[in-house]
Design a protein around this ligand. Sequence first.
Ligand code: ATP
Length: 447
Amino acid sequence: MNQQSIQNELNNSLCYNSDYVTLNKREMPKITNLSNKIERQLPGELVTFIQRAGKTAASQGQGLYFVGGVVRDLLLGQANLDLDLVVEGNAIELAQQLAEINQGKITTHPRFNTAKLQWNKWSADLTTARSETYAKPGALPTITPGSINDDLFRRDFTINAMAIELNPSRYGELIDRYEGRDDLKHKLIRVLHEKSFTDDATRIWRGLRYEQRLDFQLEPTTLKLLKRDIPMLDTISGDRIRYELECILQEEFPEKVLRRAEELDVLKWLHPSLKGNGWLTEKFVQVRRISSPNPPPVGLYLAILVYPLTSEETEPLISYLRLPKSSAQTLRDTINIKAKLPALANPELSPSSIYRLLHGYSLQAVTANSLACDSPAARQHIRLFINKLRYAKPALTGNDLQKMGIAPGPQIKEILKLLLEAGLDGKVTSKQGEVELVEGWISKGKE
Ligand code: ATP
């Protein structure tokens, strides 16, 4: 299907543009100028940058626009310093010129005709305006250079499909072909056309993320389409789903998105045993409490999310999402520690036994278990390990032991381990005490 027929289908089936077109015929469309908002909400340095960038682009006959999240958030009055710029022309060339003017540096992706510009503490992403078509559901799109209108039509939701003109002659003018502003006003998440989720089912997760972040609602037709297209999630690579999951886990309240995903049967598409329930909410709140004032680590959230799974269920999920080695290890550790909880719940457990049970696992996995386990005794033991036992070290070193006549080799490691355990259980409390203990072992060995 070509661009024009997609556009026609959009106009006919969902009528987003028909009112707008009629309105245009009767009267001039109302022009909304957002230059005041830009000046009020963006730091002065960035305002100077975009004005200069707009002028530079215009001097070469190129159009320059703010697009996506930054436009949405300007209209919502929320801070967003992720500057996404679309160039009708050549993004890489413009970025090179702007890098010279601002003494910045650029990273380019010639294949996609995009560039990232960084200067002082700021950065901006420049993309060449393009249209996208999908050869088959879930495939990466075929990209061809296009106009700003093509570029807006390829976007996920109306609230993300607005642009602001940055060229001096129309500086600050809002381009809103799909009534995104109206949807912002009515707090609605709406796709641009009926095939949106089929083309790219990651938009299902994105839709839930925006809905929950902004406290909006999926517009009824969009909700219907989303439900219809849930099976299309199977057309998406695990890498792309992992990216979406990571974005969700970086939200302020990820549990809201996961809860909604469970309600709409999206979560079970990731794995049938995952839960977006009250338990998860309670645990995520605790993750935030213990991480504050730092942002909660995504790996810890993920370990809690995966907690209800068995080891047999976790492995396929790790492979599907192609998790990096360390995240995969955290999940495996989490599930392995979970299997040790009955032992950790024994109230008679000595500190050295607690140490033996938990030593060597990733700290995030241990922490996940301290939050997620049901047994107060196990929790107390895990906390003791996190807060104290894991830092313990014998006073004597391998060198000290060699000086005492012990031959280098595995014996040294074994003695250090025994010293550590004696220290943990309070059987020895000083360096001198350790020396005496070792001397005792040596003379016993000689007998
Ligand atoms: P956030 O506030 O989460 O950063 P954002 O709107 O800046 O949101 P990005 O993921 O950075 O989101 O994407 C930038 C823009 O690119 C979006 O606003 C949207 O217009 C478009 N976009 C991103 N992913 C998709 C997609 N899968 N399908 C269509 N458009 C997309």
